[in-house]
Every structure is written in C-alpha cells, then in structure tokens.
Design a protein. Structure first.
Ligand SMILES: Cc1cc2nc3c(=O)[nH]c(=O)nc-3n(C[C@H](O)[C@H](O)[C@H](O)COP(=O)(O)O)c2cc1C
Length: 168
C-alpha cells in the first residue's frame, strides 16, 4: 500500500465501482460534424445559476467535435434503450457513423436530439478545464425537455460491463 494515500485510491476505486448513478448520452455538433458518446462522469454543480459539469475523455471522437462546438446536448435514456446506449458507449465516431443507426432530430442551437430520450437539455459550454484524464465541460442549460416522471433510467449498473469504444 502506498504510505502516502493509506489505501485511499483502492477504497475510492471500489466505492465508485459500487455506486449506481444515471448515465447520459452526450451529443454535439460543429459545422458538418456530429458526435456523441455514453458519459458517466457528470454532476450538477450549482442551482442559481444552473450549472452542470460533463467529463469528456480526450481520446473520444466526441471530445474533438466538442472542442469546436458551443453547446452539448445531454440525454437521459429509458432502461428499454440499452441497444442505443450500447451503440454510443461501444462504438467510436472515428470508425462508425452512429447517427445513421439511431433516430434523432435537430434541436435547439443546432444540437442533435435523440428521439428516444426520457429527458434532455442543451447546455452552452462556459468553460473547459483539465480534470485528469477527462476534460470538464461546464454547461449553462439553455433549452430542454423534462417529463413529469423519468421512469426507469439506464444507470451505471446496466452498462458497467460494456467495452468502451476508446480507453479513457
Ligand atoms: C460505463 C461507461 C462509462 C463511460 N463514461 C464516459 C465518460 O464519463 N466520459 C467519456 O468521455 N467517455 C465515457 N465512456 C466512454 C465512451 O462512451 C466510449 O469510449 C465511446 O465509444 C466513445 O465514442 P466516441 O469516440 O465516438 O466519442 C464511458 C463508457 C462506458 C461503457
């Protein structure tokens, strides 16, 4: 055990593997380019003003398109949409056009919106900053759609065994 962390890294890894949090499909567009991937590293960070943080891996196709984009579209998916979520978590836009394999429509600020979403919002990217092997994208929600009830959503325990299209 590393005397400087007293097993903190191991405990943290175990705890985070046991947590069950909602998963999101995050999509974006810049010019003629569209991209999207499955994302677990997110958090609301403020109420007034409303703020939400999305962590994107530098290795993902989505990260490259997001670098040229002003907005991200953040979707929650019903548990019935595991095939769709698998597409966005296991395939990479480097080699697969995921947008020909799912139903979506153009939404606010030019963002692609998944037809199957249980709820979604579009956020303007206020800041990007290093958070480790991911880059934090701080969002200001500017549009969205929320039902009365979200129902059963896809959460980490549903997708923890997927093979990501890119290593983190
Ligand atoms: C359970 C799980 C959680 C993931 N969480 C994130 C995440 O928080 N951020 C991220 O950038 N990628 C995350 N990924 C990885 C991407 O969804 C995956 O590598 C995807 O294929 C990348 O697609 P792209 O190259 O088209 O962007 C996750 C994948 C899985 C299976």
């Amino acid at each position: 055990m590393d005397e400087h962390n007293d097993g903190g890294a191991e405990a943290f890894e175990k705890l985070t593997s046991l947590l069950d949090y909602p998963m999101f499909v995050v999509m974006t567009a810049a010019g003629d380019h569209r991209s999207g991937c499955l994302v677990g590293f997110t958090s609301q960070t403020s109420i007034h003003p409303a703020r939400f943080l999305v962590g994107l891996s530098r290795k993902n196709h989505t990260f490259g398109v997001a670098a040229d984009a002003d907005h991200l579209a953040v979707h929650l998916l019903p548990r019935t949409e595991l095939d769709l979520v698998r597409l966005f978590g296991e395939k990479t836009g480097d080699t697969t056009d995921k947008f020909t394999q799912c139903a979506w429509h153009p939404g606010p600020r030019g963002m692609p919106i998944l037809d199957a979403a249980a709820g979604w919002f579009v956020g303007r990217v206020l800041r990007r900053f290093d958070v480790g092997d991911h880059v934090g994208h701080l969002l200001e929600p500017v549009a969205g759609s929320a039902p009365e009830n979200l129902g059963d959503l896809i959460t980490f325990s549903d997708v923890r065994d997927l093979e990501p299209g890119h290593e983190a």
